[in-house]
Every structure is written in C-alpha cells, then in structure tokens.
Design a protein around this ligand. Structure first.
Ligand code: GDP
Ligand code: MN
Length: 388
C-alpha cells in the first residue's frame, strides 16, 4: 500500500526525521489560509498523487506570493497531472500540500528497501539527489552507495558514517550528524512500520546547515497491514485502478495489465503459467486474476464482471484446475455470471480436475457459446486466433 507524501512525512516527523511544516488542502480556496499559517515566502505547492516525477510535470511549484499559492493550487487541482509515471492521460489530483519553502544548499538521495536477493534491508545513499535515481545508477553507478543491514545487529552507526563520509565535498559536522541520524531513524521506521520502501528524494542540506526530508515516498507491505491499522486507515482508494479496487473488495487477486486477453484462473502459479502460454502464443494478457483455491460461485461471478468491465478485453480464457475448487462449482459460477453479465467476447474454457465431467456437462447443456480446449497450449492458441 502506498502512502501520500504528506502521510509519509507525518510518519517521518513522528520518527524524528525533520520535515518542512505544511498543510494539506483539497480545495484551492483553502490555499491562502494554509500558507498564512506557515513560514514564507517562499511556499511550495505540491500535488499529492501516487506518482513520482511531479516536479517536471508542474506538480511541484515554488511560489513567492499568496496570490501565486492560490493560482498554483488551483492549476494543480483543476488539471490532470502528467508525469513520466502517469501515462499521457495523467492523473486527477484530489489534494495539495502547501509547505514552507526551504533554501536548498545540497540535494541528496536516501532510501531503504528490502533486498530480496540477500533477504536483508539495504540503505541506499547518493549525493546525486533530486534526480531520478535509476538514471544516476545507470550513468554514474559510483555515486550510488549501499549498506546492507545484518538482521542480527540491526543498523550500525558505523554504516551511517561510512555512507555519509562518501560525500564529496564533505559537509560540516552538523550536517553529517543530521544525515546519520536520519539514516538511523529511517531504519527504525522501515522496521517498525513494515515498509517495503521508504525513500527521501531529495534529502536536503539547507543553506542554514540543517538536514531535512523535502520529499517522502513510502510503501507498506500489504501483508503487514493487519498490524499497521493506523496506516491502513490512510489508504486512498481514489488512487487505485477502479477495477483493482473492486476486486479487492471481493478478495480476488486481480492485477490489470495492458494486453487484450482476459484470463480467469485459480491459483497464483497457474495464473502465472497461463500468462506465459498466452504470451508464448503471441498474444498479451489483459489481467492477472487468481480467484483462489476455494472460490465460491459468487466470487467467480464477480471475477467475470471485473474482467469484462475492462474495455480492452477482446477474448476470455477460463483456465481452471479443479482441486479444492471443483469444476462443477466453477461451471455454475460461469453460467450465473453469464446470465448477469452479457459476455460480448469469445470464450474459451479449459477445465481439468475434480468433477471435471460434471463441470463440462453443465457448460455443454447450457446456451452459453464457448470453445473447449483440451490443454493449456491449445487454449492459448485458440484464444490468440480469436483476437487476430
Ligand atoms: P518529485 O518531482 O515528485 O520527486 O517531487 P519533489 O518533492 O522531490 O520536488 C521536486 C523538486 O522541487 C525538488 O528536488 C526540489 O528541487 C524542488 N523543491 C521542493 N521543495 C522545495 C523547497 O522548499 N524549496 C525549493 N527551493 N525547492 C524545492
Ligand atoms: Mn522527489
């Protein structure tokens, strides 16, 4: 689950990481009042969306008068924000963060993520902050420093010094101390708040020599949300793909992709394999959907509705291995769904496993029009033919 910048900054503030004072508003007519309560000019007006690269897209504006605060907030709230991460249609902005402006001396990069290959958290630090770190890593990898955390010892102060002393030129002692203390606090935050990522880009040294997190990005491990109830409550559903949000409500594991073949599958492994065979047959999957081992008729119906609500779907593949989910239950679910939702695309079914004969019979005795595939390879080939 992603947090907004203003939410992540609140988490940082509570962890002792300095952040600028700010106020979040959802209508431009609150902008002037918000700015008046903060130190400034200058003020910074920032779009709150789950997408990076806002600076370049006009979503972060440094302004010098109250009038400009209002105009900036209005412009950001009224127009979809287009950045390198939103796609050309952009994203609607519902909230704006108004902050006191900070005089920047240096922009640094600091983040902690879980390095799965080493099964350890890694602290990433760079003096080339403010830019896209992927680009820095590709062009000047020597500027990206890393320290892995031994789970037995936790983050060690010497590791912070090792990273900070990599800065060239070396900042003064106050800034160095500020940087290493932010690193320790970041580590504690990642651990205690179950972050899969916590990123500060830029972490700045101000003209006054203070260290401050000017931006904040935080992802919380979904599987840990049960014990992070206060963070879970911050979830902004408006940021989600509407179909993914609907799937979540019904406990379906659904991820929208950009192909045109919808797939209804049970089990994450089979769903992956199905996406592979679709691709091998020369087509592109429109979604990942795992209805789960114990899916009910109701869940199948919901899954169907969600896949078919995606306008890019041109054919639908049902690939079920009946283990815990019996083929006859699946077949009834398909018929129930077909009754409620008009299936406007070709349907291909591949069933195997428990009660498969009964399942096939239920489908064959119905008015539903569909093609039967004997195995996965044939299923993928049949469906690819349908969309070509
Ligand atoms: P992002 O582009 O979505 O990552 O948004 P950021 O919050 O990182 O802001 C982009 C850039 O705006 C930063 O790298 C800074 O250069 C600039 N910026 C943000 N806040 C301030 C501020 O308080 N003062 C000044 N002068 N610049 C700022
Ligand atoms: Mn940033």
């Amino acid at each position: 689950m992603k947090l907004h910048e203003f939410q992540a900054k609140e988490v940082f503030r509570n962890a002792g990481i300095p952040v600028p004072e700010g106020k979040t508003i959802s209508s431009w007519d609150e902008a002037v009042e918000a700015a008046e309560g903060l130190a400034g000019p200058p003020w910074v007006v920032k779009a709150q969306v789950h997408a990076g690269g806002r600076g370049k897209g006009g979503g972060v504006q440094v302004v010098y008068s109250l009038e400009e605060v209002k105009t900036a907030a209005q412009a950001i709230l009224d127009n979809p924000l287009v950045t390198a991460q939103t796609g050309p249609e952009g994203k609607k902005v519902h909230q704006v963060l108004v902050e006191e402006g900070v005089e920047i001396e240096r922009e640094l990069y600091l983040a902690m993520v879980i390095d799965r290959s080493r099964a350890k958290p890694v602290m990433i630090f760079s003096q080339a902050g403010g830019m896209e770190i992927e680009e820095v890593a590709a062009k000047t990898p020597e500027l990206v420093l890393e320290e892995w955390v031994d789970p037995a010892s936790g983050w060690m102060p010497y590791q912070g010094r090792r990273l900070a002393y990599g800065l060239d030129p070396l900042p003064g002692p106050e800034a160095l101390k500020g940087i290493t203390s932010v690193m320790s606090a970041l580590y504690r935050t990642v651990l205690s708040r179950d972050c899969s990522l916590a990123e500060i880009n830029p972490l700045v040294i101000t003209k006054q020599g203070k260290v401050m997190a000017l931006d904040a990005k935080m992802d919380i491990d979904d599987n840990a949300l049960f014990r992070q109830k206060d963070l879970k409550a911050l979830d902004d559903h408006r940021e989600k793909d509407p179909l993914e949000a609907r799937a979540e409500e019904h406990n379906l594991n659904y991820i929208r992709l950009d192909g045109n073949i919808g797939a209804m599958v049970n089990g994450a492994g089979l769903a992956m394999a199905t996406m592979d065979v679709i691709k091998m047959a020369g087509a592109e999957p429109a979604n990942f959907l795992d209805v789960g081992g114990g899916a009910s008729e109701e869940m199948i119906t919901r899954g169907f509705e969600i896949i078919l609500a995606d306008r890019s779907v041109q054919a639908l593949l049902i690939n079920i291995f009946g283990g815990i989910l019996r083929c006859d239950v699946l077949a009834r679910g398909v018929l129930a769904a077909a009754e409620k939702t008009h299936i406007h695309v070709p349907l291909i079914v591949r069933l195997e496993g428990t009660n498969v004969e009964e399942g096939r019979k239920i489908l064959q005795d119905s008015d539903l029009e569909f093609l039967v595939a004997r195995d996965m390879k044939e299923a993928a080939e049949l469906i690819t033919k349908q969309v070509k």
